[in-house]
Write a protein that binds this ligand. Structure first.
Ligand SMILES: C[C@@](CO)(OP(=O)(O)O)[C@H](O)COP(=O)(O)OP(=O)(O)OC[C@H]1O[C@@H](n2ccc(N)nc2=O)[C@H](O)[C@@H]1O
Ligand SMILES: Nc1ncnc2c1ncn2[C@@H]1O[C@H](COP(=O)(O)OP(=O)(O)O)[C@@H](O)[C@H]1O
Length: 283
């Protein structure tokens, strides 16, 4: 069985408070974008694979496409499998993951893979998990992971895990997204932030026409990430120069997206051969 985990972008991201547990309270709008990995599971009926420590391992992970740092055991799709295996004693599986979504991009690729793995296992093995229960499992795997269970435009607050649906459609807008060859660590990006209350209400701003977002919709990570990596800020400037109606960094970076008017041709631009570039229509 195969599924296609998609990426997200953040529309506005206000980091409002540092919490006693070290995490930060924030508010943001998550919006799905059609950049997709491919994730497949095959049930291995009688095959349990010996692991390095001599114990039986019930999964094997085959990866292709873009590289992911870390061991197989650290991969969020494996963590998602092991989480449900603990409760449901699942059959052994072969996992095939083809990465198109760049990592360290603020696109939530790892979180999406994990959430889609939970949904895939739920369906394949008829586990009967409700959306709420799937969100609960997902939240334990990453702050933004639960968003990908419903995968609809969402206002998020708390540590990015308390959701309310919003009415927002960017369908027919076009997106040009650039991820330079720069890895921004989410943890480090948070450590450089001075939390503060936003000047404009995010919920009110997002209800305005996209053409009014430029002056009001802010990603607080830009203030700390752009001085450290000026090349990322330059991409945002270039997207505006090329006619974007709204441009911003997504999450903690390093990808930057521009939204362009429906029906207009997307500009040609050279962001260097090391950059990942996606052009498409919003969903
Ligand atoms: C802040 C966002 C906005 O979209 O950044 P991006 O990952 O998209 O860039 C996400 O919510 C991130 O979610 P996610 O990437 O799942 O974060 P986690 O793995 O849970 O946390 C990574 C690290 O970031 C810090 N962290 C994360 C979330 C939060 N609200 N406060 C924090 O301080 C913590 O130091 C944590 O150890
Ligand atoms: N399936 C996965 N895909 C991508 N990254 C993963 C995955 N599983 C674990 N990771 C780890 O998560 C880190 C963050 O990746 P990702 O969630 O894609 O980026 P971001 O948090 O910037 O949106 C990566 O550096 C990688 O080590």
């Amino acid at each position: 069985m195969i599924t296609f985990p998609n990426a997200k972008i953040n529309l506005g991201l206000n980091i409002t408070e540092k919490r006693p547990d070290g995490y930060h309270n924030l508010e943001t709008v998550f919006y799905p974008v059609p950049i997709e990995d491919a994730l497949e599971i095959h049930v291995q009926n009688n095959c349990q694979l010996p692991a390095a420590n001599g114990q039986v391992q019930k999964f094997s992970l085959h990866q292709a496409g873009l590289e992911i740092t870390g061991n197989a055991a650290d991969n969020l799709v494996v963590k998602a499998y092991l989480m449900l295996d603990k409760v449901f004693d699942l059959p052994p599986v072969d996992i095939h993951l083809y990465k198109h979504i760049p990592s360290g991009a603020g696109l939530g690729g790892g979180s999406s893979d994990a959430a889609f793995m939970l949904k895939l296992l739920n369906k394949r093995f008829e586990l009967g998990l409700t959306t709420e229960k799937l969100e609960e499992y997902a939240a334990a795997l990453g702050a933004d992971c639960a968003f990908f269970i419903n995968n609809m435009p969402t206002y998020a607050e708390g540590i990015g895990n308390l959701f309310s649906p919003i009415t927002l459609s960017l369908k027919d807008y076009q997106i040009l997204l650039v991820k330079p060859d720069i890895f921004v660590s989410t943890r480090e990006a948070f450590s450089l932030i001075k939390p503060h209350k936003p000047e404009y209400s995010l919920k009110e701003t997002i209800a305005l026409p996209v053409s009014e977002w430029k002056e009001r919709l802010v990603n607080d990570f830009e203030a700390s990430v752009f001085p450290q990596y000026p090349a990322i800020g330059e991409i945002k400037d270039e997207l505006y120069q090329k006619g974007a109606i709204y441009a911003a960094m997504s999450g903690s970076g390093s990808s930057v997206f521009g939204l362009f008017a429906p029906g207009t041709p997307l500009p040609e631009a050279d962001f260097g051969k090391e950059s990942f570039v996606f052009k498409g229509k919003m969903i």
